[in-house]
Design a protein around this ligand. Structure first.
Ligand SMILES: [Ca+2]
Ligand SMILES: [Ca+2]
Length: 112
């Protein structure tokens, strides 16, 4: 962490680098607070494994199957496409993802 922040590699943290470090820590704390306050954001964040702030169909399938290993690919894809209303297509941003999660909750569960 120290080495990473020491951008001009003089092996000393100057004040700017220290500020960067503080900013990064604040960003992480903010993110954590957001995850704590917003379960859907936490899910979005967990599903977005490549951290590009979009959840792809593949990322969604992986995440959905953690919750339900028997989830059906076709059904997952249908739900994904229904929520995917904004560009870029094939990727869900946080807003679209929340729609997806809300839709999933509305689905009647198959009686066992
Ligand atoms: Ca992603
Ligand atoms: Ca989209």
């Amino acid at each position: 962490m120290f080495d990473g922040a020491d951008k001009n590699t003089d092996k000393k943290l100057d004040f700017d680098e220290f500020k960067e470090l503080k900013k990064e820590a604040a960003k992480q704390a903010e993110l954590q607070a957001k995850r704590d306050a917003d379960p859907e954001f936490a899910l979005f964040y967990a599903a977005d494994t490549n951290k590009d702030d979009q959840v792809s169909l593949d990322e969604w399938k992986v995440e959905a199957k953690k919750a339900d290993p028997n989830a059906d690919d076709v059904e997952l894809e249908k739900g994904f496409n229904t929520a995917d209303t904004e560009d870029p297509k094939g990727q869900l941003n946080l807003n679209e993802f929340k729609v997806l999660v809300a839709n999933e909750k509305k689905l009647p569960k198959d009686p066992e």
